[in-house]
Design a protein around this ligand. Structure first.
Ligand SMILES: [Mg+2]
Ligand SMILES: [Zn+2]
Length: 196
């Protein structure tokens, strides 16, 4: 019988998922958490589920914000929501043909590798079809949290849809009510923060 387990990690899209989407934002003062983001991330940390961010930042490739601006915005995200166990960031644009820009699976694979979990044990949470395609391509579970900007066909195509981030945590932790096994592999936990 298939045994349900807590996820190895939950990987969040940033813009429109963890924080309000301000296109190409380089201003930390404009960072505003999405409803439920603080509670959702806190509950996952309490359940000892690693949390990470997987984000496309093509504004860097386009020259609309500097890497330093982006770092400051990300630092503000952590001030408001607490530290994430990994950040996987694509700073390329479509024309660069990289393997990390969602819908490619690179960010999901990279974050999972840093956290030392299988992408198949990861949940990817995002607000658009690109996030869900990246999840599927990496073999992860994708959960879409639509905003008014999400297109109808993206909602229809999503394997799972949640109302908000609290709903997401209810979904992923309901599979893991059982206590953590006494014997857990030492490599199953990420040590400290990972950045690259
Ligand atoms: Mg987004
Ligand atoms: Zn990339």
């Amino acid at each position: 019988m298939f045994e349900k387990r807590r996820p190895g990690a939950v990987l969040f899209d940033r813009d429109g998922t963890l924080i309000r989407d301000v296109p190409y934002n380089g201003n930390p003062d404009l960072v505003e958490p999405m409803p439920g983001a603080m509670e959702a991330v806190a509950r996952l940390r309490r359940a000892e589920v690693p949390v990470a961010v997987v984000t496309n930042q093509s504004g860097v490739a386009k020259g609309l914000l500097s890497p330093d601006d982006m770092d400051q915005v990300n630092a503000r995200v952590e001030e408001l929501l607490g530290p994430f166990d990994a950040w996987a960031i694509c700073v390329h644009d479509d024309a660069d043909g990289c393997t990390c820009r969602k819908p490619a699976p690179g960010l999901v694979i990279r974050a999972a590798a840093v956290l030392d979990v299988s992408p198949r044990d990861c949940v990817v949470v995002g607000d658009i079809g690109r996030d869900m395609e990246a999840a599927r391509a990496a073999g992860a579970r994708g959960i879409l949290v639509p905003t008014p900007q999400t297109r109808q066909e993206e909602i229809l195509q999503a394997a799972e849809v949640a109302d908000d981030l609290i709903d997401v945590v209810d979904l992923v932790l309901s599979d893991a009510e059982a206590p953590v096994p006494a014997i857990s592999a030492p490599w199953a936990r990420a040590l400290g923060w990972s950045r690259w």
